[in-house]
Design a binder for this molecule. Structure first.
Ligand SMILES: Nc1ncnc2c1ncn2[C@@H]1O[C@H](COP(=O)(O)OP(=O)(O)OP(=O)(O)O)[C@@H](O)[C@H]1O
Ligand SMILES: [Mg+2]
Length: 340
């Protein structure tokens, strides 16, 4: 075996569960607040397979982060979570907290919008990158340091060996996000959850981070769940996309199908509101109105108050069922075609 092959992390195989890495089934999250219960996520189901990129999109407050936190056992204490979540061979929702924490640490890496959420400002980056790996993979301090340099190189930190003892504040925002990615990859996770990882970065750095994750994913076979507001990012990286509105998935499917034949009026509005580089300087088409308050969700389709179509009298009072409209493409609307 060449040195290069030896040093390169290899894709992990799960013969028993080759089909899904994470499977979320009918997940509902209700958070108790001073103003009453907030139903942040309602009956959400999706899966992600090895090497696949699953994108979760939707306006602020639509339940994207809460879906991922609840799915991985990280929902706030005040939250009641129902439904089933399977991570590889284990039904996470049936496990006690400590078992769940172990599995999460071993199989799931997280990257958040603000790298400082995951980085400790007073610890050298090298130590942080492999802290979890020392525990989960049983590395010695010496091996961990070598591994930290290797991971920092992998995510494109220049002169990694000389920077392993530097502190987060000595890195730029983009470099800190690379460190956070190295940290997330340290345990060779089967699943990488990236919640708005590039939102705080300039466009060039954003493109580099996206390319880095895609490259690592191709090399390591990692499944990726990517949360974003940016449909341009989705078009560039995702295999499958789920559009959330008011805590529910309103449209889901292969990214080409959803972009080429968007069916839900909300998806259509989102795509229409997308900045078009050829129309630079023109005003964006914003979706009129604001997202619903989770304290006061409409009884029917949550998008009804803002919907330009209102295709069916049932829209206002009846929740549309999730209906297949194509191969793996489902939609939660009564609307079925051209503007009504
Ligand atoms: N800790 C909490 N306590 C109470 N409610 C919460 C809490 N966290 C989130 N929520 C509520 O849950 C709903 C979903 O929030 P979530 O953070 O999942 O949205 P999001 O889609 O990730 O939005 P953003 O794009 O702004 O990150 C929101 O209405 C929010 O107010
Ligand atoms: Mg969020």
């Amino acid at each position: 075996m060449s040195e290069r092959t030896e040093r390169m992390p290899s894709p992990r195989r799960h013969p028993m569960t080759d089909s899904t890495v994470l499977s979320v089934d009918d997940l509902t999250v209700t958070v108790g607040t001073r103003n009453g219960p907030v139903r942040a996520v309602a009956g959400v189901s999706w899966q992600v397979r090895p090497g696949e990129t699953f994108a979760l999109v939707g306006e602020s407050g639509s339940g994207k982060s809460m879906t991922l936190l609840a799915a991985t056992g990280l929902a706030p204490r005040a939250a009641t979570v129902t439904g089933r979540v399977r991570l590889l061979d284990d039904e996470l929702t049936a496990l006690p907290d400590d078992r769940r924490r172990k599995l999460r640490g071993r199989h799931v890496g997280f990257v958040f919008q603000d790298p400082m959420t995951s980085l400790n400002p007073v610890l050298p980056v090298g130590r942080q990158v492999t802290e979890a790996a020392e525990e989960h993979l049983g590395l010695t301090r010496r091996a961990a340091r070598d591994r930290a340099v290797e991971l920092l190189e992998l995510v494109g930190i220049p002169s990694a060996a000389g920077r392993v003892d530097a502190y987060p504040h000595q890195f730029s925002g983009g470099m800190r996000q690379r460190v956070a990615i190295a940290m997330a990859l340290a345990c060779e996770p089967d699943l990488l959850i990236a919640d708005e990882p590039t939102t705080a970065l300039d466009v060039t750095t954003q493109a580099q981070i996206i390319e880095l994750v895609a490259d690592l994913q191709a090399r390591l076979g990692t499944a990726v769940v990517w949360v974003t507001h940016d449909l341009g990012v989705v078009a560039g990286i995702a295999d499958t996309v789920a559009v959330m509105y008011g805590g529910r998935i309103v449209e889901q499917g292969p990214v080409d199908a959803v972009f080429d034949t968007p069916t839900h009026p909300y998806t259509r509005a989102l795509l229409a509101a997308r900045p078009d580089p050829s129309r630079r300087g023109e005003d964006l088409v914003a979706i009129p109105g604001s997202p619903p308050s989770p304290l006061d969700l409409p009884p029917g389709c949550a998008f009804w108050p803002r919907c330009p179509v209102r295709a069916d009298p049932r829209c206002e009072h009846e929740l549309p069922p999730l209906t297949p409209v194509g191969d793996g493409h489902t939609v939660r609307t009564f609307y079925r075609g051209e503007a009504g």
